[in-house]
Design a protein around this ligand. Structure first.
Ligand code: MG
Length: 341
């Protein structure tokens, strides 16, 4: 009897969890001459009957291997909006997707907290994001914290103007302003601004909570959910110092780009946990130079922070790291060396 109750609880929990599963696409961008978009999956669940609906459904079909492909040649620059549904007698899972042309810059330069140094824009402001976009950077980095009532805000430190972000409410944080008059940006505002263009990626750092691991995990879930809600997957790449948060992002989205910042794991460890890259301090990379080729051989990308010295930039460019995160994006761009993606 007790065993039966336990089994029923386990099955109910499993079902609830399954109902909450999202559908995933392995890629959210297209190239005009390639009809293949990407693989559809649902966290290892079978996909018995897949159905496409939405405004641009007629442009697509799904192969028997669950790959989303164009039926006809894509129209240049179009943003395609579709809904994919998995139907079975027991349940239906659906997810809206946005698929855009891959016009992202390939220079590998990531503006650290946006481009702010020469414009005097505040770090982590919408103005600094716009600055990085205007420079044609590959990416613009920013930091995300969660308020006491689960609002998502952009700031580097856990405090802003003496207010502890994690202990304040959304309405309290909404009254705060940056030095240029902007409101303290929300993640939503940042994604809205970033998604107005398709040249610069949004490099989203999930900050480690000052209130403990559970809170970091809750922040991670909330962030990934927000990216899905806003259909921002084509733009967003995740970075974080907390290895458990990296693994959580991977569990929540098997195809997201997620890189580890702390520098204390070997390329082999990072690859075995199926993360997508290393994002290490330059001193780590200088002392362990073989990490660059070791990581790349394992299919990982290598990003290095925070590189503001011209000699170091050239040293890294020569070694073909994938990305350089810098407070001096203009300087790295001016070196005019193509980085491999
Ligand atoms: Mg950061």
């Amino acid at each position: 009897m007790i065993k039966g109750i336990i089994l029923a609880v386990v099955l109910t929990t499993c079902c609830l969890r399954m109902q909450a599963q999202q559908l995933y696409l392995s890629k959210y961008t297209y190239e005009t001459n390639n009809p293949i978009i990407g693989k559809i999956s649902a966290a290892g669940l079978p996909l018995p009957h897949l159905h496409i609906s939405g405004p641009h459904a007629a442009f697509f079909r799904i192969t028997k291997d669950h790959v989303l492909v164009f039926r006809k040649k894509p129209v240049d620059q179009t943003s395609y909006q579709i809904r994919i549904e998995v139907r079975s007698s027991a349940r239906t899972i659906s997810q809206d997707f946005q698929i855009i042309k891959d016009t992202f810059h390939k220079n590998g330069v990531i503006a650290h907290r946006g481009a702010w140094k020469h414009s005097q824009a505040p770090q982590n402001s919408l103005a600094s994001l716009k600055g990085a976009i205007q420079l044609d950077c590959y990416g613009s980095e920013f930091d995300v914290h969660m308020s006491a009532d689960s609002g998502l805000f952009i700031n580097h430190d856990p405090q802003f103007q003496g207010v502890a972000l994690e202990k304040a409410t959304t309405s309290e944080l909404s009254t705060l302003h940056l030095s240029n008059g902007e409101s303290l940006p929300t993640l939503e505002a940042y994604l809205v601004e970033g998604m107005k263009q398709r040249g610069t990626k949004l490099i989203l750092e999930i900050k480690t909570s000052t209130l403990g691991k559970e809170r970091s995990m809750a922040l991670t879930e909330r962030v990934v959910r927000k990216v899905y809600e806003m259909k921002a997957q084509a733009w967003v790449e995740y970075i974080t110092f907390d290895y458990d948060v990296c693994k959580k992002v991977r569990a929540l989205d098997p195809y997201a780009q997620v890189a580890y910042l702390m520098g204390d794991r070997t390329p082999e460890q990072v690859a075995s946990d199926q993360l997508s890259g290393l994002d290490y301090h330059f001193k780590v990379i200088q002392s362990k130079e073989t990490y660059i080729t070791d990581a790349q051989k394992l299919g990982l990308t290598v990003n290095v922070w925070t590189v503001n010295d011209s000699d170091l930039m050239q040293w890294l460019l020569k070694r073909q790291v994938n990305f350089i995160t810098t407070d001096e994006p203009e300087q790295v761009l001016n070196l005019n060396t193509l980085l491999t993606k």
